[in-house]
Write a protein that binds this ligand. Structure first.
Ligand code: CTP
Length: 407
């Protein structure tokens, strides 16, 4: 998405300035034409030569530098950028722009640019919580400036709390949101991800190996393409994506209720979750003791099938299912597609090397209601998410740009 695009990376004076180096590296690797503007304080933390070497472009810092101004003035920097990212963004820079002050090259360029601006704040937790800072951020958001939320953790100032610059990879991913195609703008996409957990007693549960990576990748990709995204997630060890409406659930029945309550307002529903088909008939209120038993049988009962219930409802949402198989991939996936009333099935053989639970790659096939099968090679889950959304987008277009209509 970044390839060939001019991105302005503003670096202001905070200890997290060193992380902007990694962000720049990611942007350059993705083919962006990155131009760095540093404040004077930022140069106390990282040497401009580091950014210059990595970007292959001169680093700008002085507003009244005649040589820089002749070669590429601040107005040209502002005009040519398709996106400005300020990372780290200090309370000072944010406060100045919020009040229309432009007293150095970075603030002047930001104020002169018509491109989207993403501020990635990093500061002491008390500054972050200060009502004056909060007012400044709210004022900028009101005027269409974008913000990422700082991470929580140990801060360089010695305090614990919110204020850390998010990982460069997360900034890189979030900023794609502002440069890529917005072909899903106006659509609501409901996604389920991760496993469900079915309790036996207060200390034990039944679950599966799903990591949630596939569903979370789809959620980020759909958000990046402009969709309103609702992510209903089982228990996973992944960070909730920015600007996605999260609904955390534990059991299959909770997931069923969360999805059913939101399906009517959705244009697309993608069921990437690995839902437990059964739950213990009874959940012990206390820890089950082994006693002198040599064997133990558990009595299980069926959980609701969320996808089948959605299919039976024949709502106007385009319905996408996943079929995780170990044998007879296509036959099983076709049967699930028909039985559950699904429009598009994403089938994967979880035993194939490069596919399946917990991995960063997947090997999938798309099956549609007309019997068409599209085979994809082994791809990172992010890329699989992109291909799936391309396919969904073309199905939505075929339906005349209106709500998806099932036959
Ligand atoms: N699914 C669901 N509710 C369930 C079970 C599955 O919504 N109780 C959905 C999954 O989210 C997935 C699809 O159905 O999109 C297929 O899930 P999968 O586990 O592959 O198959 P099952 O239908 O459970 O069938 P089986 O276990 O017999 O393979």
């Amino acid at each position: 998405m970044y390839r060939g695009k001019q991105i302005l990376l503003g670096v202001s004076g905070g200890i997290a300035a060193y992380k902007a180096v990694e962000l720049l590296r990611l942007l350059v690797k993705a083919g962006a034409d990155a131009h760095v503007v540093m404040t004077r304080h930022a140069q106390e933390f990282v040497c401009p030569l580091t950014f210059q070497t990595l970007s292959g472009n001169p680093v700008h810092s002085e507003l009244f530098n005649l040589i820089q101004e002749r070669e590429i003035g601040h107005i040209a920097l502002a005009d040519r950028a398709v996106l400005c990212i300020v990372a780290p963004a200090t309370a000072n820079v944010i406060g100045k722009v919020a009040h229309g002050l432009a007293d150095d090259l970075l603030t002047t360029t930001l104020m002169a640019s018509k491109a989207p601006v993403l501020f990635v704040p990093a500061m002491n937790v008390n500054m972050w919580e200060n009502p004056l800072y909060r007012e400044n951020q709210a004022r900028l958001e009101h005027h269409g400036y974008h913000f990422m939320t700082p991470a929580v953790g140990e801060l360089a100032c010695g305090w614990e709390g919110q204020g850390k610059l998010p990982d460069p990879a997360a900034i890189f991913d979030f900023a794609q949101n502002l440069v890529g195609s917005r072909d899903l703008a106006g659509r609501t996409v409901l996604i389920t991800a991760g496993p469900t957990r079915e309790e036996l007693d207060p200390v034990r549960y039944l679950t599966n190996y799903s990591s949630g990576k596939m569903g979370y990748a789809i959620a980020r990709a759909a958000r990046n393409r402009g969709a309103r995204v609702i992510l209903v997630s089982g228990p996973v060890a992944l960070a909730p994506p920015e600007k996605v409406e999260m609904v955390q659930v534990t059991t299959a029945r909770e997931m069923h209720a969360a999805v059913m309550a939101r399906c009517e307002g959705s244009d697309v529903i993608i069921k990437a979750a690995a839902v437990a088909d059964f739950r213990p008939l009874e959940r012990g209120t206390g820890k089950m003791k082994k006693g002198d038993r040599k064997q133990l049988s558990l009595e299980l009962v069926r959980n609701p099938d969320i996808l089948a219930d959605l299919g039976a409802k024949r709502s106007k949402a385009l319905l996408v299912g996943f079929a995780a198989e170990t044998d007879d991939l296509l036959a099983n996936a076709r049967k699930k597609l028909a039985d559950k009333g699904v429009d598009l099935m994403v089938a994967n053989d979880v035993t194939e090397p490069g596919a399946g639970f917990g991995r960063d790659t997947n090997i999938v096939r798309f099956l549609d209601r007309n019997g068409k099968v599209e085979e994809l090679p082994c791809l990172p889950k992010e890329a699989v998410a992109g291909k799936l959304l391309d396919r969904i987008q073309s199905l939505l277009k075929e339906s005349g740009g209106k709500k998806f209509r099932r036959q």
